[in-house]
Unconditional design. Structure first.
Length: 256
């Protein structure tokens, strides 16, 4: 992390994300095609679909890790297609990862301090995290090495690293992956804090249908690189084409 990007300005309406007809291909393989979405501040959108549907690739395109083959991504009205991830983080668009993603040999305190310094934050950034540090059982572990924490707490620390940068748009890639049932409510706490306290627009890619139903007033279903359905969860998840393509398989896995 270098200081030369610390002055990257955030657009006045940085919390608005718009994806306009983006497509992504790897060689001759089409990952997804003609995908559009829009998120205003405090909006929460769930993205679901079978493995290989293009969900994580969608996040990678939005956050600048990959450049779309066609279409554009806008943050606060500015075209950010292909802008590097670290620059977009400075502008307020931040992603999390499926696996734990921390500075492994650093303490919890130093992990969070680095995230705050990266975003040119202040003591106010620490104050905003007080409640989440308590809820995630990390307040009394600030001086512990992060890779010595239980997996669930490492996962929560990874989410807090994103939160510490004071984002305006959050892209959460399977935030509940690997967590036990009792730990998954912490993701609910995190999302609600980000929405209410930071005013974040939040996109969630997740296989946990209970979590999706709890948190997302709107979802979109990707299947084989195309948009299969979009709308309120109960309406979308009851559609025959969605059940056939995805929901039925998930329920079979849960019963097995």
């Amino acid at each position: 992390m270098t200081s030369d990007t610390s002055a990257v300005p955030r657009p006045a309406n940085a919390g608005e994300l718009r994806v306009d007809k983006i497509s992504m291909r790897f060689g001759g393989l089409k990952v997804f095609d003609d995908i559009s979405l829009k998120l205003a501040p405090r909006d929460i959108l769930g993205v679901i679909g079978p493995n290989g549907a293009g969900k994580t690739t969608l996040i990678n395109v939005i956050c600048g890790k990959l450049k779309p083959a066609a279409g554009q991504v806008f943050l606060g009205g500015h075209d950010i297609s292909g802008i590097p991830t670290h620059t977009l983080s400075r502008m307020g668009l931040v992603r999390s990862f499926q696996q734990t993603n921390t500075f492994r040999t650093a303490t919890v305190r130093e992990n969070l301090s680095r995230a705050i310094r990266f975003s040119a934050g202040s003591a106010e950034s620490w104050r905003r995290m007080d409640d989440l540090l308590v809820r995630f059982e990390l307040l009394h572990r600030l001086d512990e090495q992060s890779d010595k924490l239980p997996y669930g707490l490492q996962k929560m620390l990874g989410l807090l690293l994103a939160y510490a940068t004071t984002p305006k748009v959050l892209l959460l890639d399977e935030p509940a992956a690997g967590l036990e049932g009792r730990e998954r409510v912490r993701v609910d706490d995190f999302v609600r804090h980000a929405q209410q306290d930071l005013g974040c627009a939040i996109l969630i890619v997740e296989h946990d249908m209970d979590l999706i139903r709890r948190l997302c007033p709107r979802i979109m279903v990707l299947d084989a690189g195309r948009l299969l359905a979009e709308g309120p969860p109960e309406e979308v998840l009851s559609r025959r084409e969605v059940i056939d393509a995805y929901v039925g398989a998930i329920e079979e896995e849960e019963e097995a």
